[in-house]
Design a protein around this ligand. Structure first.
Ligand SMILES: [Zn+2]
Length: 161
């Protein structure tokens, strides 16, 4: 009997795979500057790419230069306003507390991430800041999109250091 290895269709996650591939490409750029490979993409309501960003903390010496923050700033510049209602941020690693705060402030509709960050994640793992019921704005969170590839990029990076 031939085993069927075709992954079962996942209607919630499958539609974000293409955007996550872009975020993975962006993550790869971070390592050139000696940064941990994390990449992010902001999509507009119609699904077009508004902005991208990768971790640039080492490259720029800026403690706030996480992929998500850079992508949100560029998306706001592209739109000409700080409110990113209707937008989706796609990122390879679960956002930290700072980025979860920035996502709150930006009013994005949705956060999609790949790998969980059990040590510092603020979107479901260690905290769940983005969906805290005490806050008015709570973006939808979809986790686990291409999670293995996103995690592998990080493990490979730390192994080769
Ligand atoms: Zn962060």
């Amino acid at each position: 009997m031939i085993e069927d290895r075709t992954p079962t269709a996942d209607p919630v996650r499958d539609r974000w795979r293409a955007a996550m591939r872009l975020a993975l490409d962006e993550a790869g750029r971070a390592t050139k500057g000696g940064d941990v490979p994390v990449g992010a993409v902001v999509l507009s309501a119609d699904g077009s790419v508004l902005a991208t960003g990768h971790n640039e903390r080492e490259a720029t010496g800026d403690p706030t230069a996480h992929a998500e923050v850079l992508a949100l700033r560029r998306a706001a510049t592209a739109l000409g306003e700080w409110r990113l209602s209707g937008c989706t941020l796609v990122v390879t690693l679960e956002p930290c507390t700072m980025c979860a705060g920035a996502l709150q402030q930006s009013r994005v509709d949705r956060v999609v991430y790949g790998a969980r960050d059990e040590k510092a994640g603020a979107a479901g793992s260690l905290w769940d800041l983005v969906r805290d019921r005490r806050l008015n704005h709570r973006p939808e969170v979809i986790e686990g999109v291409l999670a293995d590839e996103c995690a592998r990029l990080l493990t490979d990076f730390f192994r080769n250091r």
